[in-house]
Design a protein around this ligand. Sequence first.
Ligand code: KG4
Ligand code: ZN
Length: 362
Amino acid sequence: MPKTPPEKAHVILGIESSCDETSAAIVVDGHEVCANAVASQIELHARFGGVVPEIASRAHIQSINTVIDQAFADANLKPADIDAVAVTHEPGLIGSLLVGLMAGKTFAFVHDVALIGVNHVYAHAYAARLNAEPIDYPAIALICSGGHTALYRCSSPTEMQLLGSTIDDAAGEAFDKIASILQLGYPGGPVVDKAAREGNPQAVDFPRSLLKGQSLDFSFSGLKTAVLYHVNGPPTPPKPRPGRPLPPPPAKRGIEDFSEQEIRDLAASFQEAVVDVMRIKTRRAVQQTGAKTIVLGGGVAANTRLRSAMETLAGKQGCRLRKPEMRFCMDNAAMIAGLGYHYLRRGVCDDYTLAARATVRR
Ligand code: KG4
Ligand code: ZN
């Protein structure tokens, strides 16, 4: 019998610039990562305690060509080896998105290869497949990052049904704000995670906002306010009432009044409240859909406590948990190239009118 020749591998260049990381990656057949160059802007934004959009766009302009060159050098490949360029075009900071999108269009035009626009959040839901085996679908994806917190039912890498999302802060944003209140540094996620490892998660019973009924939406602003009031006291002191003694002032009135151990306890208690909410909502999503796979994605998916809580949940629900390598939790272009492959295989490509979009309608 004549042998069928092996199908030619598809080599995709990915470009990511939706927030504060400029990244270029080269991925073969949607999973084999040959290079993933990332230029982080953490130092530029640290003194502001959050990402400053204008600074981010400028830094992307400075780094974009360097990271693309770096990816080719690391993979030991040249532009002629590339079959398509996949680029994040939504959602994100508009000025940041435009830099990567223009670079992607230019590469596609100059080297005459296909252009594929990729949704950043969908790509986070795909990151667990990088350098790992295929994901079994249907799956529930919990995507939690600095800009997004959402649950999806995924029937394939490209078919995503939104089940719920945050109605106020994203989980990572809450971590960043709490780290700032506790004066732990920036970005908040890793420092809160570290402090929490030596803290008591039961020290303070912070609220778990589950919203009405069986809602799969999230809300973290009440939790953030609860931590703020716990540290600084309520914003307005109680008014004196005739005939009633004034309540004693709170024992502590600022973060300076808390010991290092108490701060670690606050970090652990806050983190436990976030993880509890995510666990409960993910369990609901699994029960409502009957999915047998849980996929984690986004920067907060690097959280030690979340990863172990999700492992336990998956075990109890008879599901398999798929979590990305740590480096693929944070923003990276490998996940963009990886997901781009699936669009290419389906023949779904874009033309040069592909637009950057800051938000995507639900
Ligand atoms: O996915 P990502 O790199 O960017 C966005 O798409 O937003 O996520 C960044 C977010 C930041 O808010 C950061 O504090 C959070 O992920 N993060 C963590 C951890 N590592 C990063 N949150 C909790 N625990 C961590 N270990
Ligand atoms: Zn992200």
